[in-house]
Design a protein around this ligand. Structure first.
Ligand SMILES: NC(=O)c1ccc[n+]([C@@H]2O[C@H](COP(=O)([O-])OP(=O)(O)OC[C@H]3O[C@@H](n4cnc5c(N)ncnc54)[C@H](O)[C@@H]3O)[C@@H](O)[C@H]2O)c1
Length: 325
């Protein structure tokens, strides 16, 4: 299939674009490079543009004529969505609706959307299944929920085939493809831990008074290569007029302190941290139930957190550091 990958210069999108090609598909990238990187899309067709720009979208569709879209582009930082919700609604909702309209005009009726565990908010129980109540507690989570609903409305109206993939915490790297997570400022735990370990400087753990086994937040860390595999599987199973949502995680919860311990073990040196206050919009525990993805997509994550840490370490070594450049 010919697949237009929005946000394909970013962390998860770039690894998935490579996985698509490995699976025999063709990937074109649509990205505004606001957080993505040119080095992450070497060797493939790139359309530079903003998903809020309908003209740029139409030009990309007219040129590539894709059979499907993988939609990663968006703003992704939960605390920033609390302080600047307008930006999150503008990009994640209005931009995504523009994309949907451009698809409709171009007659492209298949889409896989990067949704998030943030649609659930603070869950009543874990592990979380897809039919759990959705009460997002951040503007970021609400923008993901709104676009999921827009897809479900477009399904009967446009004969759209869609899959909303609700990732839990993406981590890891694909050093074999020279790809990994590089952001400035860094907001995700594993790269922050790696930077702290490399610099020999402590990082701040946000919140140590949660009602969890060691007071820090419990998250379900899923490797980016496993996420990429799930996208290819979801794409290949899309059917016109049929929509689905899937949780993507490992069904295992790990606390921040445990992540630090795993990183220290793999890197062979302790990682120092200091205890800080909670961040707004962080639920105490998010762990996925993934039986639906297992049964319907035939997907099971193959990598452990140790594997992900090792991959990040290799990626960092190959780049000579984690700073954006
Ligand atoms: N990283 C995670 O743990 C995680 C968890 C759940 C969901 N997600 C979702 O997965 C998707 C990808 O996340 P990521 O971690 O790869 O983030 P990322 O920031 O690395 O990638 C986002 C990409 O989208 C591009 N982009 C942003 N705004 C754009 C716009 N207006 N027009 C065109 N391109 C634009 C950026 O330049 C970047 O290349 C996002 O939609 C995110 O919400 C990520």
């Amino acid at each position: 299939m010919k697949v237009l990958v929005t946000g394909g210069a970013g962390f998860i999108g770039s690894v998935t674009a490579r996985a698509l090609e490995a699976g025999g598909h063709e990937a074109g990238i649509f990205d505004d490079f606001s957080t993505g990187h040119e080095w992450a899309c070497r060797g493939r067709r790139v359309y530079r543009g903003d998903i809020r720009d309908r003209g740029a979208l139409d030009r990309a569709f007219a040129d590539m004529r894709p059979d499907a879209v993988l939609h990663f582009a968006g703003k992704i930082i939960v605390p920033e969505s609390v302080t600047n919700p307008g930006l999150y609604y503008d990009v994640n909702v209005i931009g995504s609706l523009r994309l949907l309209e451009a698809m409709r005009t171009a007659g492209c009726r298949r889409i896989v959307f990067s949704s998030s565990a943030a649609v659930y908010g603070t869950p009543e129980r874990t592990p979380i299944a897809e039919d759990a109540p959705q009460n997002p507690i951040s503007p970021y989570g609400r923008t993901k929920k709104h676009f999921e609903e827009a897809l479900e409305d477009a399904r009967p109206a446009d004969g759209l085939g869609y899959a909303s993939l609700r990732y839990f915490n993406a981590c890891g790297a694909a050093p074999e493809w020279g790809l990994g997570e590089v952001r400035e400022p860094e907001t995700h735990l594993l790269p922050i831990v790696m930077r702290a370990a490399l610099a020999g400087k402590p990082f701040t753990v946000c919140g140590t008074d949660y009602a969890t086994r060691d007071g820090t937040c419990v998250r379900d860390y899923v490797d980016v290569r496993d996420l990429a595999d799930a996208h290819v599987r979801a794409l290949e199973r899309l059917k016109p007029g049929v929509g689905n949502s899937y949780n993507l995680g490992t069904e295992r919860g790990t606390t921040v302190r445990e992540v630090v311990a795993v990183a220290g073990r793999v890197l062979g040196r302790p990682v120092a941290f200091v205890e800080g206050p909670r961040r707004p919009g962080d639920p105490p525990e998010l762990v996925a139930s993934c039986s639906k993805a297992r049964e319907e997509l035939g997907w099971t994550p193959a990598r452990s957190l140790e594997d992900s840490v090792r991959a990040v370490a290799e990626f960092v070594r190959s780049r000579g550091g984690l700073e954006a450049r």
